[in-house]
Design a protein around this ligand. Structure first.
Ligand code: ASP
Length: 341
């Protein structure tokens, strides 16, 4: 019988209403199982691990990403697949980060959660959880079909590090604008075999990275920003990486005050990565004059990576002090399908 490890981190899926405050707050996973007796009918052995503190995903960060990865590392050979229950708000960030920490993965790790708590009559939690477990045990000729970190939500499995949360209201809360859906769950699970990730070197052993660096900042540009915006944004703080969310295909204003600041940053050794504010498509530096100058300054193209993935990848790459060229080379190399090469 297949074995699945469920790692419960928190999120709406396991929340209940505090009738004093009217707010949703996390509760113990034991109650979650009580609400889905159906999962006992799945043809697999389930084990559940609950993180020490179950959290709203706004409170999840580096230490939880490392904890999830270490739990998977410690249990890798004992289970056929892993399901991580997580709040949807920052699920794209966490699942991107975990995809980078779990290198040379060849088993399924499926993130899921829900928009409505499991106890709600109209909940989306049951379908999401049951299908995520089914995907975690899906095998062909004894080999796992999914060999990457996926995100399952509302009848679709996506490559986790290609996703972004797009809706606070609809059950369809995620989108993968620059990469096809991996599995479409209808009457049958329709698997998009040619889009599934397979590690580059078949025999390379599973390798879990033990560290990430939080010296990364994100700056979203907007038309007409004040000359002090960019300077005061960082102040005295000198991060290792600045992710710059620019307009359209990677364009930024050519205000002198902005240009000078940017030049100073690149010269001081900060890696500046250009990602687009658009939901789909990517950065094409040099396509317009307003991005050509960024290229000349030494700004690195984020191509078609999502902002969530860019942040997580920058956190992984900046544990080492890399030269601008080495950082750029590493950033452009796809670790697990997060960027088009
Ligand atoms: N605030 C919740 C969280 O991200 C929302 C959700 O789970 O959907 O933890």
């Amino acid at each position: 019988m297949s074995k699945v490890l469920i790692i419960y981190t928190g999120g709406t899926i396991g929340m209940k209403k505090d009738y004093n405050s009217g707010s949703l707050m996390p509760f113990d996973f034991a109650h979650l199982i009580e609400h889905i007796p159906e999962i006992t009918h799945l043809d697999c052995d389930l084990k559940v691990i609950t993180l020490n503190l179950i959290k709203d995903s706004s409170d999840v960060g580096l230490s939880e990403w490392l904890e999830m990865s270490r739990i998977i590392e410690a249990n890798y050979t004992k289970f056929d697949g892993f399901v991580i229950l997580h709040g949807s708000d920052t699920m794209s960030y966490s699942s991107s980060a975990v995809s980078f920490l779990l290198q040379q993965l060849d088993k399924p790790v499926i993130f899921t959660g829900s928009q409505l708590p499991i106890g709600d009559l109209r909940t989306d939690a049951k379908e999401n959880l049951i299908s995520a477990i089914q995907l975690a045990i899906l095998q062909k000729d004894g080999v796992p079909v999914i060999q990457e970190v996926g995100l399952y939500f509302e009848y679709k499995l996506y490559r986790a590090n290609r996703t972004t949360k797009i809706n606070t209201e609809h059950f369809k809360a995620f989108e993968s604008p620059n990469y096809p859906v991996l599995v479409d769950s209808g009457l049958h699970m329709k698997i998009n075999h040619q889009s599934l990730w397979r590690k580059k070197e078949e025999n390379s052993p599973f390798d879990v990275k033990q560290n990430m660096c939080d010296e990364v900042v994100l700056c979203k540009l907007f038309p007409g920003f004040n000359p002090n915006y960019f300077e005061s944004y960082l102040g005295e703080y000198k991060p290792r990486v600045l992710i710059l969310e620019t307009f359209g295909s990677g364009n930024a204003p050519r205000y002198n005050y902005f240009l000078d600041q940017l030049e100073l940053m690149v010269e001081s050794g900060i890696h500046v990565v250009n990602v687009t504010q658009c939901i789909g498509g990517g950065v094409m530096m040099g396509y317009y004059e307003n991005s050509l100058y960024l290229k000349d300054l030494g700004v690195i193209s984020g191509k078609d990576i999502t902002t969530e993935s860019a942040i997580a990848k920058a956190m992984l790459l900046s544990i080492e002090s890399l030269s601008r060229e080495d950082f750029e080379r590493a950033f452009h190399q796809s670790l697990c399908g997060e960027i088009s090469e």
